[in-house]
Write a new protein. Structure first.
Lengths: 338, 327, 450
């Protein structure tokens, strides 16, 4: 898909915001690269699901949010977490299973939560976050706030019952939630095109009588714009929207999966050409919004941040065995978990 | 203490009403809970009082509206989600077992999930296999959930209030056979704590632990057993998670015999769990093996002549207890 | 490598033996020459050694049972050896018709069977019938120091439950005051029969005094032992003898004054003292040479006149009479006889007699003189035909004829009684025996001619 980028100026954004968007995408990219590195060094237990190639979606969406808003993520959640301003050190430590991690080593990559920032967690069950996001929207509406919830999910999740059930309720009750469907074409190895009759998934919005939009997931500004509209609708009490972001993951389903058995090399290469960071960088330079030096500096600083986070994580201690018994219930700390 | 005579269903509605009044964050959602006042009349009057946002009739989407309740619980509310029949818990098992039960733990203690899921158990009204199950064992098995099995109306009221006030996910099983029965309930407000079993009757010869209304059946059986010279001690555990093991252990050390009655299926049921969890502490005080009286390992059949023989009841408790003591 | 343990034939005449006591249990390891059981034959209890090493897998004959010699009474084999065939064959030989269980895993030996009066548990003949004792009962028993195996079970299926242990304890616990205890012991009262009126049923002095003053019959503790073993064997034989052989009795008084004087003289010369009893044996032997018709036995349909004269001397032991035999008494000198008699009596007292020491007797002498008995009649010792009994020596006045005049002198007299089997010996012969005996005893010089 050949994308025609609009002029950055036409989006009416101040330079700071644009810069932040670029840096956020970098953070995600470098973070994920670092994870790959640590994994290959055997420092990471379990698995992580990398967001490389999809940075524009997370950043484009989350730039619209305030700290008071909520987001529910997926197993491929690092991008969403970072885009919402999660602490890189705590994230890295959590992925390595350390005591200093967000969840004290209890969740690992797939379930990281930062309740203080309204990040209601990555989720290991496909589609399970969608009702939760709908519930947080219900809560906001009941409490009379203008908080908005973003529900991130993949195209495969849109085939889960929860997708339909949740959007139905959100639509019926006009809940302030924006459903972001990140269509990266493959659910592990299954091509969405083979298991769904429609070309786009956004058309499903029609079934629920809500707006459904398709957007180039690799154009961070387009994603931003479309989400902005949906968020405003929600804040105004006009109900939910469904935004389908067409994107692609460069790596396999999880760290260590080459993702080549079920995909054509050619396809992957084509998408890599349309790298959201690379193309954005080119646009920034072309439109003279940021100079090469400035961009290099940002890149250097960002790399530094990631390195710091990694060092922090590596040097952090593992939690004590006894901690396994804690945090199950609210009042019980280290007591018999019955 | 002044008491009033109300139905079990009314007692439930009162509990919810009192809590919704006390705390604006308490909301109720489920199928038919609003305008109809609940399929079993357990939420009558609430919709009129609190309106559609706090008393929400949901579409038939058990998994998702439970998840919605969970999302609301994570963001400041105290939802009560009703799952009409315990059998339907299975539809919502992801949100209950993979999400609600685990979010606090997975978040390293950051999140709390003040979610109450009310559902039902109990057969005996020819509702057949898919509407008669008592699945408390299913949810007991998953760490992170508290499980409540009240016996009478007064118990249900006090325990439900505690459940709603609890900051943890609670699965609350109401006995559908009890809803229409009239019970004495204290006039004034009260709550019953979790993890404290209730000794309904004292005795020397045998301890009978009964979950949900089996405690009441056991109490009736005890009246008959006394005619045989057998004095049964009846214990209502009230909550399966947390389980008050100490009360049961103390009792069994005294009587030397234990019969556990639970309406769940026999295999991997709550009865087997209770037995095993106290066995080590009472083994050297036992005069005979611990026994259980449960529903047979069969889907419940429709015709009463098929259904009744395979579920526990007062008569079966009497016979079993007598056999255990006298042979 | 499995072998039978058999009932050994330990004496020429031994035809049967009784298992008195198994010294090992099924499952025990035994080594060759280990004593593994005790048997009884005729009069003595004998240990039996294992002839091979191995595990005592099966006991075929129980304590108290009598079996013919050479028959199998147990099996020693390897731990896992299949001995089912051997068991079957053995039982056949033993004439036992019991259905033999297939050798399964060892019977639980830890639980001993109920010994006391037990209302029988409805015998569910399961694979292993053993006493069910609940954990609660065991705990209580340990606490109270009760032998839980002795407690009757009242639980379903006969299970011994906690309250059974408690009842047992209360019933068997004699709560007694020290004074009452002393009185009871002195008088010989079984405190179990006395009701206590003290605190908690404690038995007090007053409870005993009431009983005593009321004159109620005080329950002396009776002692019971089983009628088995040696006593039973002897008893059976004696009964048989008495009821089969028609006994007739003859008595004579013998003046042994001259024997006494003679022995006094002898005993100055010899190291070991010769007794009157030794003399009796010596004399009896010589008389029997004259009267072989006394030295006989009825064996089946034949009267056997023995070629040897083997005289048994009755020795009284705690558990009964035993009769060591002086073989060929007629051919032995008085001193030899005396020594032999002493030796055998000693062995008898030490329970060390071998079968050849008490088998083969043809005549028995029993002397109860040391007990002050004047005379007594004895039961013939089968298969002998006669038995001589002798009483105590008394100093009595007798009429003596001297130089044609009668005068009274004090002499030492003993009474000798001969019991004979009238089927074999008639009165005249018996009387003659006694006449000749008296003659030799009163005129010992005449023995020189024998």
């Amino acid at each position: 898909m050949k994308s025609k980028f609009k002029e950055i100026k036409s989006y009416d954004l101040d330079k700071e915001k644009v810069l932040k968007m670029y840096q956020d995408m970098l953070k995600i990219r470098y973070f994920e690269n670092k994870i790959t590195d640590l994994y290959s060094k055997g420092l990471m237990p379990g698995l992580a699901h990398l967001y490389i190639g999809e940075e524009a979606v997370a950043v484009g969406v989350c730039t619209n949010l305030t700290e008071r808003d909520f987001a529910v993520s997926t197993h491929r959640g690092h991008g969403h977490l970072i885009a919402q301003g999660a602490d890189l050190k705590k994230m890295m430590a959590e992925v390595l299973g350390k005591e200093t991690g967000y969840c004290k080593g209890k969740s690992g990559s797939m379930h990281i939560m930062d309740v203080s920032k309204g990040i209601l967690g990555a989720n290991g069950i496909v589609g399970a976050g969608i009702p939760i996001a709908t519930g947080s929207a219900y809560s906001a509406k009941l409490r009379g706030t203008d908080q908005v919830t973003i529900s991130f999910f993949g195209e495969a999740a849109s085939n889960q019952g929860t997708f339909h059930e949740s959007i139905n309720m959100a639509a019926a009750w006009k809940l302030p939630v924006v459903y972001i469907c990140e269509n990266n074409l493959y659910g592990i190895s299954v091509d969405i095109r083979k298991v769904t009759a429609t070309k786009d998934l956004a058309v499903r919005a029609k079934a629920y009588n809500i707006p459904g939009v398709v957007v180039d997931g690799n154009d961070v500004l387009e994603v931003y714009k479309v989400t902005k509209e949906a968020v405003e609708r929600a804040r105004k009490g006009e109900g939910p929207s469904l935004i389908e972001c067409k994107t692609y993951r460069w790596k396999g389903h999880h760290v260590g999966d080459p993702g080549k058995v079920y995909r054509l090399e050619k396809e992957t290469e084509e998408w890599k050409e349309r790298c959201p960071i690379k193309t954005f960088r080119e646009r920034l330079i072309k439109e003279k919004i940021l100079s090469e030096e400035e961009l290099s500096l940002i890149e250097k600083n960002t790399k530094e941040m990631i390195k710091e986070a990694a060092d922090f994580a590596i040097q952090s201690p593992y939690p004590d065995e006894k901690e396994a018994y804690e945090d199950l219930f609210v009042e019980e700390k280290g007591v018999e978990v019955k | 203490m002044k008491v009033k005579k109300i139905t079990y269903a009314q007692a439930v509605a009162e509990a919810i009403d009192e809590e919704m009044q006390r705390d604006n964050d308490v909301i109720l959602l489920g199928e038919d809970v609003g305008i109809l006042g609940g399929n079993f009349k357990a939420t009558v009057g609430l919709y009129e009082k609190y309106g559609e946002w706090r008393v929400r009739d949901t579409p038939i989407s058990e998994n998702s509206f439970t998840g919605l309740g969970l999302g609301a619980a994570l963001t400041g509310l105290r939802p009560i989600v009703e799952i009409m029949f315990g059998d339907f818990l299975m539809l919502a098992l992801d949100q209950i077992g993979n999400q609600a039960a685990k979010i606090r733990y997975m978040s390293g203690g950051q999140a709390k999930v003040p979610l109450t899921i009310r559902t039902t158990l109990g057969g005996g009204r020819s509702s057949a296999a898919q509407h008669s199950q008592s699945l408390q064992a299913l949810v007991c098995h998953i760490p992170g959930l508290k499980v409540v099995v009240p016996s009478s109306a007064a118990e249900a009221k006090g325990l439900l209030k505690t459940a709603i006030r609890d900051d943890n996910p609670v699965i609350f099983f109401e006995n559908k056979m009890e809803y229409n029965k009239i019970y004495e309930v204290p006039e004034e407000e009260y709550t019953i704590p979790f993890g404290v079993a209730n000794i309904l009757r004292e005795g020397e010869d045998i301890t009978i632990v009964g979950t949900s209304n089996q405690a009441l059946n056991a109490l009736k059986a005890a009246e008959e057993l006394t005619k045989e010279g057998i004095e049964a001690e009846i214990i209502d555990p009230r909550t399966l998670v947390p389980l008050d093991k100490n009360t049961i252990i103390k009792s069994v050390k005294k009587t030397g015999r234990l019969l556990i009655v639970d309406e769940g299926y026999e295999r991997c049921g709550a009865a087997g769990e209770i037995a095993m969890s106290i066995l080590k502490d009472v083994f050297y005080y036992l005069d005979g093996p611990i026994e259980r009286l449960t529903t047979a390992n069969l889907p419940l059949p429709f015709s009463p002549v098929l259904e009744f023989p395979i579920i526990p009841d007062e008569k079966k408790i009497y016979q079993k207890a007598k056999e255990m003591v006298k042979g | 490598m499995a072998e039978y343990v058999i009932m050994p034939k330990l004496g020429f005449n031994m035809e049967k033996g009784t298992v008195v006591k198994w010294l090992v249990r099924e499952g025990d390891l035994v080594k060759e020459q280990d004593e593994i059981l005790e048997i009884e034959t005729d009069k003595t209890v004998m240990p039996v050694e294992a002839q091979t090493s191995g595990i005592l897998r099966k006991i075929l004959v129980a304590e108290g049972e009598e079996v013919p010699v050479t028959l199998p009474i147990a099996i020693i084999a390897g731990k896992d050896e299949d001995i089912s065939k051997m068991i079957d064959e053995a039982y056949q030989k033993l004439g036992k018709t019991e259905v033999v269980e297939k050798e399964e895993s060892k019977v639980d030996r830890k639980v001993s069977p109920v010994i006391e009066e037990s209302q029988e548990i409805e015998a569910k003949k399961e694979k292993e019938e053993f006493k069910k004792i609940s954990p609660g009962a065991r705990r209580k028993a340990k606490e109270l120091g009760v032998e839980v195996e002795s407690v009757e079970g009242s639980g379903p299926g006969g299970v011994v439950i906690e309250k059974d242990v408690i009842s047992y304890y209360q019933n068997h616990q004699v709560k007694v005051s020290p004074v009452a205890q002393k009185i009871a012991e002195k008088v010989g009262v079984d405190l179990g029969t006395i009701k206590g009126t003290g605190i908690g049923g404690k038995k007090m002095k007053r409870d005993l005094q009431e009983i005593l003053t009321k004159g109620e019959e005080v329950n002396k503790t009776e002692k019971r032992i089983s009628y088995t073993g040696m006593r039973k064997i002897i008893g059976d034989r004696l009964s048989q003898s008495k009821f089969t052989a028609p006994h007739i009795y003859f008595t004579t008084s013998v003046d042994i004054s001259r024997i006494i004087a003679l022995l006094k003289r002898f005993n100055q010369d010899v190291e070991e003292r010769i007794s009157i009893n030794d003399f009796l044996v010596f004399v009896a032997a010589r008389v029997l040479v004259e009267q072989p018709n006394i030295n006989c036995s009825l064996l089946g349909e034949e009267i056997v006149y023995h070629k040897d004269i083997n005289i048994g001397v009755a020795v009284a032991l705690e558990e009964g009479l035993i009769v060591p035999v002086m073989k060929n008494a007629d051919k032995k000198s008085l001193s030899v006889l005396s020594k032999e008699i002493k030796k055998l009596i000693r062995l008898a007292r030490e329970r060390k007699l071998m079968p050849e020491d008490y088998n083969g007797g043809t005549f028995t002498i029993s002397n109860l003189g040391m007990y002050g008995v004047d005379n007594f009649t004895a039961i013939i010792n089968p298969p002998e035909a006669a038995i001589l009994t002798v009483g105590t020596a008394k100093r009595v006045p007798v009429v003596i004829e001297e130089k044609g005049a009668e005068k009274i002198e004090v002499r030492s007299l003993i009474e000798a009684t001969l019991s004979v089997d009238h089927r074999l010996i008639d009165g005249a012969k018996a009387a003659n025996f006694l006449k000749r005996l008296k003659h030799y005893l009163e005129f010992p010089e005449s023995l020189v001619l024998c």
